[in-house]
Design a protein around this ligand. Structure first.
Ligand code: GDP
Length: 297
């Protein structure tokens, strides 16, 4: 995860740490290299600027440069700034504080990992939090979508709403809510139709479903490997629906990290979970301090 970025930053900071004394020019030179590393990692330019300005300002302070271990102090400042960039110390967890069934609406582009993430989240809620979970696919556009969720449901031993051919997404949502109430379900996960790009008809469909289901969480699933595109997609969705968070998938294969590092500051939305593999238990709550720790090695 983020290996390329980690290697680049590692070599900059090894140089800094290796030196006994540092002057302001040393810090500025190092920050120039960090800037290039972040831009190559596909971090959004305004986010890079803010990061470099903040770190430089703190690091050239006399107390840092005059300290016994200036290199280490600079790395600590960078670590804290990375944590902030990734969302801060306190990323909100899933908010399930509502009368059951608590609805989680899953939205995103086709191929982002939305259906897989729905099943992963269902498994996590069931196994780690002891919740009674029901999943329903509202995707009537892609022929095999509902069946795909059913199969995943079997794999994670979570119930899925029986499929009735010919129903519209809002009808399926209504039926899912009724079924969830009857079965005393704690959490209802609704997997909406994927889209190839941000398209108005599907956005309207998503809004109609949200109006019926009143989700407590609306989670956007985006693919980490798409870098700034993932951030742009998040901005488009955030302009249309009340997103409460992001699930960033394929972090296992992302050497760069640009989506993770830009998401919070560009969109204002927290990354709540990271997808870290194809297996159905490969999902983790997103913890900025752990991710920053991995990046800095
Ligand atoms: P959807 O069209 O958005 O519903 O996408 P799917 O859930 O069908 O996922 C598309 C592909 O991405 C599948 O082969 C998944 O196994 C894979 N996938 C999803 N999440 C992850 C992840 O976090 N890491 C990896 N490596 N693969 C993932």
């Amino acid at each position: 995860m983020f290996d390329t970025l980690s290697d680049r930053l590692g070599s900059v900071f090894d140089k800094l740490r290796g030196r006994g004394a540092l002057n302001e020019q040393d810090v500025r030179d190092a920050m120039r290299e960090v800037r290039i590393a972040l831009l190559e990692a596909d971090v959004a330019l305004p986010v890079v600027r803010r990061f470099i300005d903040s770190v430089t300002e703190q690091a050239v302070g006399q107390s840092v440069l005059r300290s016994v271990t200036p290199g280490q102090q600079v790395v600590k400042i960078v670590n804290d700034a990375l944590v902030d960039m990734l969302g801060g110390e306190d990323v909100p967890g899933l908010d399930l504080n509502a009368a059951p069934p608590v609805v989680i609406l899953m939205v995103g582009l086709q191929g982002s990992g939305k259906t897989t993430s729905t099943a992963k989240l269902a498994k996590l809620l069931k196994e780690k939090q002891g919740k009674k979970v029901l999943m329903a696919s509202l995707d009537v556009n892609r022929p095999a979508a509902q069946e795909q969720l059913r199969v995943l449901g079997e794999q994670v031993s979570v119930a899925t709403l029986p499929i009735i051919e010919g129903q519209q997404p809002t009808e399926i949502a209504t039926r899912a809510l009724q079924s969830a109430r009857l079965q005393a379900i704690d959490v209802l996960l609704l997997d909406t139709a994927g889209r190839l790009h941000v398209d108005q008809a599907l956005m309207d469909e998503m809004k109609a479903v949200a109006a019926i289901a009143t989700p407590r969480e609306t989670l956007l699933v985006v693919d980490s490997l798409t870098g700034q595109d993932a951030v742009n997609v998040a901005q488009s969705f955030a302009g249309q629906v009340d997103l409460t968070g992001v699930i960033l998938t394929r972090m296992d294969g992302d050497a760069r990290g640009g989506a993770a590092l830009s998401m919070r500051h560009v969109t204002g939305k927290p990354i709540k979970f990271a997808g870290t593999g194809e297996k159905l238990d490969a999902i983790e709550p997103f913890q900025p301090s752990r991710v920053a720790g991995r990046i800095l090695g």
